[in-house]
Design a protein. Structure first.
Length: 91
């Protein structure tokens, strides 16, 4: 699992912020975030204003809905856009 004993985190840097593709710790050291957190920060740590505005709008009305409970407008819009971009055989 992801969570374990706290001793595994002794000595790791305390990350305070990110800029572009870099993370910075409390001591000012810079680290290249080569993972970009896999999915969360594909645009880097300085998201464009349009992305920030869209995220702010979504978070203000509906931050998260478990997929098994129902559908959402944003999920339908995303699926529609993906269906336009992907080959038809992917269904």
């Amino acid at each position: 699992g992801t969570w374990g004993t706290g001793s595994a985190f002794r000595g790791v840097p305390l990350i305070t912020h990110g800029e572009g593709c870099y993370l910075f710790d409390i001591d000012g050291n810079r680290y290249l975030d080569w993972t970009s957190q896999t999915l969360c920060v594909n645009l880097g740590y300085n998201a464009p204003p349009a992305v920030l505005d869209a995220a702010r709008r979504q978070l203000s009305c509906l931050p998260m809905v478990y997929g098994g409970l129902g559908n959402t407008e944003i999920r339908i819009r995303c699926a529609s856009l993906l269906s336009e971009l992907l080959p038809a055989e992917l269904g």
